[in-house]
Design a protein around this ligand. Sequence first.
Ligand SMILES: NC(=O)c1ccc[n+]([C@@H]2O[C@H](COP(=O)([O-])OP(=O)(O)OC[C@H]3O[C@@H](n4cnc5c(N)ncnc54)[C@H](O)[C@@H]3O)[C@@H](O)[C@H]2O)c1
Length: 343
Amino acid sequence: MRYRIVDNIWDELKLYTGEGNYLLISDENIYSLYKGNIEELLKGKDNIYLIKPGEKNKNLGEIGKIYDQLIAKDIDRDGLILSLGGGMVGDMAGFAASTYKRGINYVQVPTSLLAQVDSGIGGKTGIDHGGLKNVVGAFHFPLETLIDIRFIKTLQERDIRSGLGEVIKYGIIEDYDFFNYLKENIEKILKKDKDILTFIIKRSVEIKSLIVEEDKLDMDLRQKLNFGHTIGHSIESFFNYEKYYHGEAVILGMLIETYIAYRKGLIDYKYYDEIRETLIDLVEAYDFSEGEVNTLLQIMKNDKKNRDGKIAFILPTDRGEVEIFFDVEETLIKEAIFHFNKE
Ligand SMILES: NC(=O)c1ccc[n+]([C@@H]2O[C@H](COP(=O)([O-])OP(=O)(O)OC[C@H]3O[C@@H](n4cnc5c(N)ncnc54)[C@H](O)[C@@H]3O)[C@@H](O)[C@H]2O)c1
């Protein structure tokens, strides 16, 4: 698995666009923000496909249009897909690359914080279908992932908060010093301090790629990356992927799952409170009724990680450490969700 932090993405990409046997996939937002650079890269050719932004477009219909473009541009088995965008573009471009002509190469250029620290690393590609998120997909590792931190300059603050959720997750699951660093620097990160962003993106990519390297196909160790995701996914799905961004839902999931860990006696109050303080202001609170919490539980019961009908939770067990548990009582799950209801 290769990734590089680069100083000037447009120079790097020129190395890939010389032959013409490529399709650049991006979204309309990225195109309008970086039109000059993109047009210069394309050198008058139309080897580009733009997806409409938004999770609702991460579907088979759009993949069909990408295949049409690949065929129309005569991209052969030695051809290349260049993915330029956030996690949505990356997941779709990667999925198209994994299936077109039984698989062609692709290069990931993640442009959002979430994509740079998470979705652009790890080879998971996919699309949503039938109301289910990422239900169709494949493992397909890019030739390389090229990270240019300057993309963060144009990102909205809400997208930074969302990406920051996954960054803080790395501190909690693997590196307590990193967690402390993030806790101290949240305001500067939100103000896009370049040196701090560079450090946190590098450290996040290092942590994720080491974990993925050990368990490429998500059989074991990689599960720890799902901290916050059991409950996070259920909240995202409950709101039909409209109310919360992915990283925001993960932040809520981490809050609730940390409370569960504290109530199970896995961590002390001090550590629980440190995590709570760090995360609580990053995301808007919810207000679930009893019936809605039962619906969330039903969604959790369909989680891919479950075993023998038991819901899987990755829970903190110490500073910088997590483990998987299958024995969390439903009453405790409900208590934990209600604990964070808006007052
Ligand atoms: N494959 C994986 O391992 C993995 C992991 C986590 C999340 N995901 C997927 O990633 C997606 C979420 O990713 P995301 O948060 O990047 O969402 P996104 O791709 O929808 O991007 C969010 C918004 O930011 C805009 N944007 C992206 N880069 C920008 C930039 N530099 N400047 C200005 N605007 C920019 C996009 O146009 C979009 O409007 C979801 O589909 C999720 O399922 C995949």
